[in-house]
Ligand binder design. Structure first.
Ligand code: SAM
Length: 278
């Protein structure tokens, strides 16, 4: 197989070595070079699939240094693969500056989609998936972490975090403080022997993992905030009467529509009726 020149960003397994695409294996075999986060980790995948392509390290620490050599090779027409230790490169993993540098140099960047821990967790956790926010690793320091959770507490979406086992319990308590009693799922060791999905109320999960620290790799999924109950006609009238004492019909209707999350037209019609009645 001959590859078009360019940078191939290849997803690799997050545990189970069989979770790799045919296209990823073929591309890794045919590439001129594979850049990996940890050459020993990628060696396991290469051994399993008889991939003999030369490998070199591309890490957060050497990225600035190695980048020039990669871009030069790409400019000369090489086909280069980028992989991380597990899952999709750039997703809480190195690669963003290399992809940007390649794009700036006019080089084609090909995604080779495949495993990702956040998506794997979402696909089997049972949480709403129409809208989700992938929030990566929470900050390690408690003040920064509390502020981080607070900043996304009102986002109307399922929240997805990566977390290490040693910080899981404190993170869950900080989430409980910021998000209240929402339901959450701790998805552990996905695609591996001890795969587990543990659902419960955030405070309950925090207590549980304080008492019995978790092991392995973890994704935490938190349900979206509960929907506010729809405003009743009484609520709408009370709001509008107060607003109409200080504003025009149009402004009062707009304020009611925003505050009570009701259609503008309905708020306007009700405001006219109330004004007429008064
Ligand atoms: N790039 C990877 C991806 O696409 O998912 C993520 C890399 S990030 C450095 C590693 C974190 O991903 C782990 O600390 C854990 O939170 C999550 N993770 C990776 N593999 C996992 C697995 N098998 N089960 C649960 N979480 C996993």
């Amino acid at each position: 197989m001959t590859l078009e020149p360019g940078l191939y960003v290849a997803a690799t397994p997050i545990g189970n070595l069989k979770d790799v695409t045919y296209r990823a294996v073929e591309t890794l075999k045919a590439a001129d070079r594979i850049y990996c986060e940890d050459t020993r980790q990628t060696a396991k995948l290469c051994a399993a699939y008889s991939i003999k392509t030369p490998r070199a390290a591309y890490t957060e620490h050497n990225a600035a240094k190695v980048e020039a050599e990669i871009i030069q090779a790409l400019r000369e027409g090489a086909a280069i693969c980028l992989v991380s230790d597990a899952g999709t490169p750039l997703i809480s993993d190195p690669g963003q500056r290399l992809v940007l540098a390649a794009l700036k140099a006019g080089i084609r960047v090909f995604p080779l989609p495949g495993p990702n821990a956040a998506i794997a967790a979402l696909s089997a956790a049972g949480a709403p998936t129409e809208r989700f926010l992938f929030a990566g690793f929470p900050p390690a320091k408690s003040d920064a972490r509390a502020a981080f959770f607070q900043s996304i507490a009102n986002v109307d979406a399922t929240l997805v975090f990566y977390e290490g086992p040693s910080r899981l319990a404190e993170s869950l308590s900080a989430m409980a403080a910021a998000f209240g009693g929402r339901r959450a799922i701790v998805a552990r060791e996905l695609t591996k022997i001890y795969e587990e999905f543990d659902a419960g109320d955030l405070s309950e999960l925090a207590r549980k993992y304080q008492a019995r620290p978790a092991k392995g790799e973890i994704v935490v999924i938190v349900d979206p905030p509960a929907e506010k109950p729809a405003a009743s006609l009484d609520d709408i009238d009370t709001f509008l009467r107060r607003a109409l004492s200080a504003m025009s019909v149009k402004d009062a209707a707009a304020a009611a529509a925003d505050a009570l999350q009701i259609p503008r037209k309905a708020a306007y019609e009700r405001a006219i009726a109330l004004k007429g009645g008064a």
